[in-house]
Design a binder for this molecule. Structure first.
Ligand SMILES: Nc1ncnc2c1ncn2[C@@H]1O[C@H](COP(=O)(O)OP(=O)(O)OP(=O)(O)O)[C@@H](O)[C@H]1O
Ligand SMILES: NC(=O)c1ccc[n+]([C@@H]2O[C@H](COP(=O)(O)O)[C@@H](O)[C@H]2O)c1
Length: 171
């Protein structure tokens, strides 16, 4: 059986990693969709699809499960989004998500969806991690080690701090 799990992974963190650990115990192969693939260089979506592919690929290497990492761009039309996903991904039997819109769209398309508990959600949330990066706080212990290395390699902290600055010229 092949599973599919999509997220923006801005960045990939220990909550995602815990969920992947559970998924790989249930499936033979996994597809990890890197969502909103065209988005980057903003406060909400600082990292490119390629950078997120690196974070995810290096992090899941510890699991003994064939994993395909597939960038998936957004569409303006939710009603055909599942077809779009299926056109970009190896075929899959079950979708994994805790995102209500994703769950709704998969179910309407007849795809089985499984949810997982939210792990330590008070800190394991992309928004919280990005806030810490912008403010110079501690975030490294909340992501797998390879994610720290990728963000360092691409000078990601400087990037998110810069793109979060307000233009003070008032133009
Ligand atoms: N701590 C967590 N435990 C379990 N699942 C999580 C956790 N955080 C996110 N998820 C799930 O992982 C998927 C991808 O989430 P996403 O990449 O949007 O991360 P996020 O932490 O919710 O980030 P953001 O704050 O940027 O929206 C979603 O289904 C989301 O519900
Ligand atoms: N119409 C669309 O393009 C559409 C619909 C539902 C989910 N998505 C994407 O799927 C991903 C879901 O991941 P999150 O759970 O991280 O939000 C996001 O990248 C989101 O943009 C896109």
């Amino acid at each position: 059986m092949r599973g599919f799990y999509i997220g923006r992974f801005q960045p990939y963190h220990d909550g995602h990693h815990r969920m992947v650990a559970e998924i790989v115990s249930e499936v033979d192969e996994l597809v990890l969709g890197v969502g909103s693939a065209g988005h980057s260089h903003t406060t909400r979506d600082p990292f490119t699809a390629g950078e997120r592919v690196m974070m995810v690929t290096k992090s899941v290497a510890e699991f003994d499960c064939t994993t395909y990492v597939v960038p998936i761009e957004d569409l303006d039309r939710n009603s055909v989004w599942v077809s779009h996903v299926q056109s970009m991904s190896p075929s899959f039997d079950v979708g994994y998500s805790n995102n209500p819109l994703v769950i709704q769209l998969f179910e309407e398309a007849g795809v089985e969806v499984r949810q997982s508990p939210m792990f330590n959600r008070d800190v394991l949330e992309g928004t919280e991690l990005r806030d810490r990066m912008i403010e110079g706080g501690e975030w490294q212990h909340l992501v797998p080690d390879p994610v720290v290395e990728v963000i360092d390699e691409v000078d990601g902290i400087r990037r998110i701090q810069r793109v979060s600055e307000t233009d003070t010229n008032g133009q």
